[in-house]
Design a protein around this ligand. Structure first.
Ligand SMILES: [Zn+2]
Length: 323
């Protein structure tokens, strides 16, 4: 029973559908002269499809101008972005050498600091100081930095600023250290002028009798030798071993013709047995200046210079003052 009803219903629906499909509009084509009128039957379905398609097309057609306007806007935006990028690029290229320069300064500073440490060490050695006050090398380290185009100007500028501030401090410190050292060196250099450091003879480097107790060649008994004897040819120029003021220039017992120079800082030097003098008492002499000519005056067995170095009036071994 139910099957028969369903079949019936199906047949009915088919008929209805066919009716609907057959329904539609007639398009009449009427010629303006002779000829027969033509009928064109357009079913609903085709009609509806046509309008739907027309609607879709119109929608897309209307959207085009809007899309085009959007594209134009985007293009303008891209253009402005490009100009910003090129500006930043220019700025970066301007900053890059600056940062590289600061890195170069860093290298120079490190070199200067190494030099400073080395010089200080040498200075302390020369002044016979213990290297207890030895200092370590001040190494300058700028922030590690790799240049990249994605970095912002601001961060680069910040790095550049940091570097410059740091370097400024370091440079002022190194400069003042160097100045300090230079002052010390100059003072020491001047002091050296007044310290006996050279041989009284320019070429001869022989010592016939050294400092200390020895059997005296004339008195034949153990007597402390207050200096060193430097044999040479008669008339050889005798030179001042340091800058100073002549305090003795004349005959003094066993010394024969003697020259004594006061160098300050407690130092005095004596040159004995000369044949002739080239200076007067009170005269100022420079280091290396000829003060007398060698001979064999006083208690002497041959031509030589008796050379003495006295520190605060006490004769010391001159060998440590002869370089
Ligand atoms: Zn002597």
């Amino acid at each position: 029973m139910i099957e028969a009803m369903t079949g019936d219903f199906l047949v009915k629906t088919k008929k209805e559908l066919k009716k609907i499909l057959k329904k539609g509009y007639s398009l009449m084509v009427i010629p303006n002269a002779q000829g027969s009128i033509r009928h064109l039957n357009i079913p609903y379905l085709v009609f509806i499809t046509f309008f739907v398609l027309l609607g879709i097309n119109t929608y897309f057609l209307c959207r085009y101008p809007l899309r085009i306007a959007e594209i134009v806007k985007l293009e303008q935006h891209i253009h402005s972005l490009r100009s910003v990028i090129s500006k930043q690029d220019k700025e970066l290229r301007r900053l890059d050498p600056c940062i590289r320069t600061t890195q170069e300064i860093e290298r120079h500073l490190n070199k200067a600091n190494a030099f400073l440490v080395n010089m200080r060490k040498q200075y302390n050695e020369v002044r016979n100081r213990k290297s207890a006050e030895e200092e370590s090398l001040r190494v300058v380290h700028l922030p590690q930095y790799k240049l990249s185009s994605t970095d912002q100007d601001y961060s680069k500028l910040a790095i550049l600023n940091n570097n410059l501030e740091y370097l400024e401090e370091e440079i002022s410190y190194t400069t003042s250290s160097l100045k300090d050292l230079l002052t010390k060196y100059k003072a020491y250099d001047r002091q050296l002028d007044f310290t006996p450091t050279i041989w009284p003879l320019a070429r001869e480097r022989r010592i016939s009798s050294s400092f200390g107790y020895r059997r005296h060649p004339i008195y034949n008994r153990l007597i402390k030798h207050q200096g060193v004897d430097l044999p040479c040819r008669y008339g050889t120029a005798v030179r001042a071993t340091a800058e100073g003021k002549v305090t003795i220039a004349g005959v003094r017992g066993g010394y024969g013709l003697l020259v004594e120079i006061d160098h300050g800082y407690g130092y005095r030097t004596r040159y004995g047995h000369n044949s002739r003098l080239a200076v007067r008492v009170g005269q100022w002499v420079k280091k290396g200046q000829t003060i007398a000519y060698a001979g064999s005056t006083g208690t002497s067995t041959g031509v030589h210079v008796h050379y003495e170095v006295r520190v605060n009036g006490v004769p010391v071994n001159p060998i440590s003052y002869m370089k």
